[in-house]
Structures are given as C-alpha cells and as structure tokens.
Ligand binder design. Structure first.
Ligand SMILES: Cc1ncc(COP(=O)(O)O)c(C=O)c1O
Ligand SMILES: N[C@H](C=O)CCC(=O)O
Length: 439
C-alpha cells in the first residue's frame, strides 16, 4: 500500500507515456503537479470501492473518476449490461429504442427537461446549450461565475475552476479575444454583482450559466435565496438560465440539484454519473428553446457517437440502480459521516479547516474562512492540501489531486472503508502536525 517508488511500474509507465502522450496524461486534472509528486499512480483495475495500481497497491477510491463514480467499479449489473449491449452491436448511426427510453426517464427524474439531446461529454452538453441559448435569444454574451468549470470549449475557459485553476491556467491560451469579450465573469454567491452585470449588458446576454451547487472550486453551496435571485434577474433581463448539472445530477439526489433547490432553469446540462462510467452527456430543457436545435431549428449540433447504444443502455441500468429505495439516503449518511469525521480530525490536530458538503460529495479546505466563492476557496492552503494528499495516498486512500476538487462517496463504500479512511486521515494529520504544520 502506498505511493509507488521511483523503480515502480507507475514510474516506468510515466516515463514511457511522456514520450508519446502530452504531459503523460489525457486530461490535465490527472497530473500530480499540484500535489508535489513526480508522477501519478497508473491504475490497472477497479472493483467496488477500490482501485489497484500497476504495482498492486490498493486504494480506497474517493476520486471517483472526478464524480461519475457512484455505483463503484465493475458493478456486476453494469458489467452484464455492457456484455449484452456489446453483443447487440455498439453503434448504428440511427435512432434506437434505448435513447427514447432514456430521454423519457431523464424527463421523469428532472421535469424541466421537456426536450433533451444526448451527446458524449459534459463539454459538448454545455457548449451546445450555450449555442441554442444564443440562437433562441439572438444575443451573443454569456455570464459565468469565477471558479466554476464547464468543460474545455473556448468560452468556458475564461476564469475557470477545477484543473485550469489548479494548474494556474484559469484563462487558457488559444482563446480568441473576440470569444473572451463575449464572456462576463462574476463571483458566485453575489447577487448584487450579477445584478450590476445584467444592468450593464443585460440586453446582450443570452444566458447565465451556473453550477447550482459548485463542484469545481471544491464544493460550494448556494446561500439561501441566491439561486432564486439569479432566476429572478435572468427573467428580468430576458436571459436564459442554464444549470450545469454535470456533477450534481444524480449525485445530490435521483434527479437534478434543481429538484431539491426548488429553482427551475430554462436549460440543464448533464454528464458524469448519468453514463454509469461510460461517455455520455445530455442537454435539454424548455421545448420552445430546444426546438431551435437542428433538424427542427437553425442551431446546428450533431455527433457521430452521440447517444451510442452502449452508453445509453448502461445509463438505463445505472438509473435502475440509483432509483432503488434508500440509495441516496445511504449515500448522504456516508457522506456526512466521512465529512464530519475528517473535519473533526483536522481540527483535533490543530488545523484551521472547513468542510463544504453536498450529499455524498464534500471538500476539505485548509483555511480559517468559510468558503462561499472562488476568492475564499483560494485561501485554502495548497501546501497543506498537497501534503495531506500525499499522506493519504501513502495510506491507501485516493483523493482528487487538487484543493479545488471533491471527495465522492460511492455506493460500495462500506462502514469499514469509511473507518479505515478516518484512521488514515487521523494518522496523516498527526504526521503533518508533528512536522509543525498545524495552526
Ligand atoms: C460542472 C461541469 N460541467 C462540465 C464539465 C465537462 O465535462 P467533461 O469533462 O465530461 O467534458 C465538467 C467536468 O469535467 C463539470 O464538472
Ligand atoms: N473537475 C473536472 C470535472 O469536473 C475534472 C475532470 C477533468 O477535467 O478531467
């Protein structure tokens, strides 16, 4: 158990990967640069709540593939579904009965999805939702929130959280100034700032795009009344409201965060958990808006792999599993137990710390300030997080390698896993305190 040493297979694979894969990773968020380690662990397989690296080290997995992981690895019903779906053929370039059923079940779970379009990733879902918002309103600008992350399309990478913030690149190179000029960025949880922006540019704003509960500056919850104020302001200025629920949908509850927050957007984007571990995204919402998408309307959006039968059949099975009685109550209980335990351990060892939690997802911030936006999230110590990450990895607990991400509890995490994790956290924080890092 532990971080593999310099002669390990992970180290060897990293050297090989560097020669052919940019930075040795297929998504920058997977790099261990921000946690002070020379290379990431290379994972060979997963089962339930555990991952094993190529050297045979076992980890309790809270990375959860950056949020899609909720069912656990190699869930037997998902494995069986994949086998059966693959035997029927994986891609036809035609409509299928499975996608009709999925669209109906998504709408049943999230009533605002009057019309839906399936895509392959969250990035595509958001990019497409913004395009249709522009087509519907005839306006060019988009309001987004500092530290939210909406995938890697050009406009979305202005002041973005998650990987870009972690690696110090919240504004990516390669984005035309003309694109950046159409993006207005305001702080999250600040209705007055949004109001001021809409007073100034309101008649040019097609959409206000928001993570209703933020997952990408760490978890940040909307303050009471905030999302309703956002909804009211968008109505007043004729802009569409887009909830990016790529992380929150089917994580917070069976459905969207909108189901529990009581605020209904015009459009919603989905991804991650809905795919049950396969590539799947979706966007949808008001019929009058979505009917502007081709072939009904003039906003073109397409995809050779969109709604591929393998992903869709797995999604249907994932929804079956997630829809069973008690699933979300149990995930919430486990999330609360772990989040409270980790926070208590941090404080017991003398660290200034905060935990923000949404159901089974939470972030531990090493800061003395409540975290309510990107500015306060950025006060969390990167050095303390990096050390904590390394200590946990060395004790067989895999977290996301960034202070701006979250821990995600999954269905197969057992009470014994949670207690083993809390013991690891206690030992990790004790080691950090012994080195004089607390206070
Ligand atoms: C809220 C949110 N929106 C969109 C995306 C983009 O999704 P994907 O990485 O599947 O393109 C992500 C994560 O990556 C996300 O967290
Ligand atoms: N936080 C990101 C998405 O939610 C991380 C995933 C990635 O970019 O690889």
């Amino acid at each position: 158990m532990g971080y593999p040493g310099p002669t390990s297979r992970s180290a060897e694979l990293y050297e090989r990967a560097l020669r052919r894969i940019v930075g040795a990773v297929n998504s920058p968020a997977r790099s261990y640069a921000a946690v002070g380690l020379p290379y990431p662990v290379f994972i060979a397989r997963g089962q339930g709540a555990y991952l094993w690296d190529v050297d045979g080290n076992r980890y309790i997995d809270y990375l959860a593939a950056f949020a899609p992981g909720i069912l656990g690895h190699a869930h037997p019903e998902i494995v069986e579904t994949i086998a059966r779906a693959a035997a029927d053929g994986t891609l036809f370039g035609t409509p299928t009965p499975y996608e009709v059923e999925l669209a109906e079940r998504l709408q049943a779970a999230i009533p605002s999805l009057e019309r839906v379009r399936l895509v392959s990733t969250g990035t595509e879902a958001v990019m497409s939702a913004v395009r249709v918002a522009r087509a519907f309103t005839g306006r060019p600008k988009v309001v987004k929130f500092e530290g939210c992350y909406h995938g890697h399309s050009d406009f979305a990478l202005i002041r973005a959280g998650s990987g870009p913030a972690t690696l110090g690149q919240p504004d990516s190179a390669g984005i035309p100034e003309s694109t950046a000029a159409e993006v207005i960025v305001v702080p999250y949880n600040d209705a007055a700032a949004l109001e001021a922006a809409l007073e100034r540019w309101g008649d040019q704003v097609a959409a206000v795009l928001i993570e209703p509960i933020v997952g990408n500056m760490g978890i940040v919850l909307p303050e009471p009344g905030y999302l309703q104020a956002v909804r009211d302001l968008t109505h007043r200025h004729g802009a569409l409201l887009i909830f990016d629920e790529v992380i929150t949908a089917f994580r917070v509850t069976y459905g969207g965060a909108q189901n529990v927050l009581g605020v209904e957007p015009d459009l919603t984007t989905l991804g991650k958990a809905i795919g049950g571990g396969l590539p799947l995204g979706a966007y949808g919402g008001r019929a009058d808006v979505m009917d502007r998408v081709a072939p009904l309307g003039p906003a073109y959006q397409a995809g050779t792999l969109a709604g591929n039968p393998l992903s869709v059949r797995v999604a249907l099975k994932a929804l079956d599993i997630l829809g069973r009685p008690g699933v979300y109550e149990e995930l919430d209980r486990k999330g609360r137990y772990l989040a409270e335990g980790v926070l208590a351990a941090a404080r017991r060892h003398g660290f200034a710390a905060q935990v923000n939690r949404m159901a089974s997802g939470f972030t531990l911030f090493f800061t003395d300030r409540p975290v309510r936006d990107y500015a306060s999230a950025s006060t969390a110590s990167k050095e303390l997080f990096a050390r904590f990450f390394r200590e946990m990895l060395g004790r067989g607990v895999l977290l996301a390698p960034s202070r701006f991400e979250a821990w995600f509890v999954q269905i197969p995490h057992s009470q014994a896993d949670l207690d083993e994790t809390l013991a690891a956290a206690d030992a990790a924080l004790a080691a950090m305190a012994a080195d004089g890092l607390a206070g």
